[in-house]
Structures are given as structure tokens and as C-alpha cells.
Design a protein around this ligand. Sequence first.
Ligand code: DAH
Length: 356
Amino acid sequence: MTIKEMLEQISTNTLEKIRDAQDTGALNDIKVAILGKKGELTSVLKGMKDVAPEERPKVGQLVNEARAQIEAKLDEKLKSINRLARAEKLKRETIDVTLPGKRKLMGHRHPNQIAVEDLERVFIGMGYEIVSGPEVEYDRNNFELLNIPANHPAKDEQDTFYIQRSASGESRDDILLRTQTSSVQARIMLEASDPTKERQLPIKILSPGRVFRADEVDATHSPSFHQVEGLVIDKGITMADLKGTLAQFAREFFGEKTKTKLRPHHFPFTEPSAEVDITCFKCGGKGCRVCKGSGWIEIRGCGMVHPHVLEMCGIDPEVYSGFAFGIGLERITLLKYEIDDMRLLYENDTRFLNQF
Ligand code: DAH
């Protein structure tokens, strides 16, 4: 076979193979087998030394032509394979934009959470710092430092879940689930009166959180609910500051026309103590279903921090004074959204939650 014939044979075979190739892998194999270092066409070139010198330019030209033709065909086929693959991919991924969309279920904030955040915003606006305390507490912080010593009747009022009775027999070392966020008052005052701690006086904090009492579940009770505690300690703090603060809070939270009333009461850790009422935000004080006809709504307690509490927490009551208040969060949430059963807040039924 002459070189020319060999070249023609290689070209014909190769072009046929290119035509039949199905994918880019097959094309690549052909390229290597023909044009590669050990490929068929390359071997022909290597055989040039046996060709008579005057023939060489012509044969060289033939080889180059064959090579160029094969390369062109390879290129063309590669493009057509890619084009087909792309067309198929587009077909597979076609989206019918006229089909109805799938509605994604979106979570959102729980009514209690909405109320806490609204409350926090109001107090942050008045310069308060938001702090949190542990739900598992020592008796000392939850009771003793708040003027509720061993055997105090208030301990029975707040039926307590105990985690661990102290080995020493001293009730102050018992470990329990806090019955009130007032426990954070003790922690913060102790911290502020310790010169080695970063926090120092004055104090202006708000502490929302979960509290626990061994109560049966009904429409207004739950063994776990939430309170928001406020504490301000500085030089020269008076009852007028307390009243002004609560009145400002009530106006911002419940509406500009809301009035605040303090009713004398008793809490062990404040003296004097009061219960806080606000005019009903629903009827404005005329009397309605929400306020049970009285025109007033109780939101919890407050008072001037008892000097003995200050003393026990390392703060000199001759120099410093302060006020504290406690707000029942569920009470506010239930009233604000006119929900008449507390259990709805905990069942997490999305049909209920979606309404907020
Ligand atoms: N801790 C009280 C309770 O659980 C509420 C309370 C009353 C908190 C008066 C206070 C306060 O800070 O001054 O009922």
C-alpha cells in the first residue's frame, strides 16, 4: 500500500468513527488513536524517512491535509454533541411558569415572644439593660436574700419544685426551679456590690424569663409561665421614680391614654409595696369584658427595695435606694390579644398561633 492509500484509508475509517461517536469520551479516544503521540497518523509521519526525498513535500502535504480534515470533523462533531446535550438539559429543566406555586409554611413569633420583645423595646428606650438569670436556682437567691427566710409562709404560696435539698440542712442551699424572676435581683445586686466584678452600681436592669410553680393546669394557671423583672438601684431613687417609670411603660406599651394606679400591697422584698393597675386598654376605663367591668387591669407588683434586702446583698441602704417591679407576661399577652385560656399559649397549635 502506498502512503497515499494508507492515508486515505485512515481518513475514511476515522471519519466514519467520528460520525458514529456518541459522546465526547468516544471523540477523545478517536483523537488519541489517530493524532496522539502513538496515533496512526503520527506513525505515518514517522515513516517519512522511507519516502524518496523528492516525494516528501507532497506526502507531507497529504498528511497535513488528512490531519486538518480529521481535526475539523472532530471539532464539528464535538460541537454538535454539546449542542444536543444542552438542548436535552434545557428540555429536562423546563419550568412551566404557569403552574401554581407551592406555598411554603413560614414560622413566626409566638404571642408571648412578641409581648416580651415589645416590652423590652420600651425599657431599652428608658436605658435599661436586658439580663437573664438561671431557671435552676439556689433557695438563697429565690427566697432568702429576698427576705423570705426558712419557714416563711410565702414559700408555701409559691409551691416550689425542688431539685435538690441541701445536705447541710440549711434551706438556703436547696436547689430549686425559680418561682419568680425576682431571683435575678439578688444575683445582680450581689454582683454589683462585689468590687472584683465588672458590674457595679448603679443598677438598671430588666430580666424576662421562665418561672415554675407546682400549680395544676387550668385556664389561668400553668406550672411554668413567664415574668419580667425590673430593678433600679441608685442614689436618691424614690417612689416617684417608680410610679413615673411604670406610667411611662404603660403609656408606651398599652397606649398614650393609659393611666396607672398603685394599690398598697405586701411583698417581702419591697417596702412599701404595691400592686400595679392600669386602665383597661380595651374600654379605656369604662368597664368591659376584658377588665371584668372594673375599668382596671392588674399587671403585678412593685415597690421600693427593702433596706434589709439591700443590706443582705451588700448594698448600703443609707447611701442607695431603689425600686423593683414584676410583670406577669402571660397576663399581658392574654389581655392584649383577648385570649381567654392560658393553655392555648402552650399547646402550640398552629391554627391558634397563625392568628398573630
Ligand atoms: N415576684 C413577685 C411574684 O412572683 C412579683 C413582684 C412583686 C416582683 C413586686 C417585684 C416586686 O420585683 O417588686 O409575684
